[in-house]
Design a protein. Structure first.
Length: 145
């Protein structure tokens, strides 16, 4: 067998993603939310009135799985779910002032964490890394079609 898992793209990306998530979780622990919840809150503040499907698509999360997170975030006062006035089957999700305050506090932390992640990389290298990872993502998406 001639395979070095330590140089496997999938293994390296997964290891990196897990370490990044753990590190970011430590950064925002005081706010009593997870990185997953943060991404939902941010997207809702960014695009008030999203449907659950739109939110799931914009955060790359399974629609059924975010229901529990939305329940928790609603109980914590970060969002409100309201039936759509044109189609009562559709639920739109709206941020609260508490969510907007949280975003204002966490965005600088997120920016600082991204600076830590890219320490030692030039701007060009960062842009190239993001571009390359987006190409890998597209390859995966195209394979699924």
């Amino acid at each position: 067998m001639n395979f070095d898992m330590n140089n496997s793209l999938g293994f390296v990306i997964n290891r990196t993603a897990l370490a990044m998530k753990t590190g970011f979780n430590k950064q925002i622990k005081e706010f009593e939310i997870s990185p997953e919840q943060w991404s939902l809150i941010f997207r809702i503040v960014e695009n008030n009135g999203l449907t659950q499907k739109e939110l799931a698509n914009s955060t790359y999360k399974d629609q059924a799985n975010i229901t529990r997170s939305l329940d928790r975030l609603e109980k914590k006062g970060f969002l409100n779910r309201l039936a759509n006035s044109k189609d009562r089957r559709i639920i739109n999700i709206f941020s609260t002032p508490k969510a907007k305050e949280l975003v204002e506090k966490i965005v600088p932390i997120s920016k600082q964490y991204n600076q830590l992640l890219s320490k030692g990389l030039s701007q060009e290298e960062c842009e190239s890394l993001i571009s390359l990872l987006n190409k890998v993502y597209i390859n995966i998406e195209e394979e699924g079609d």
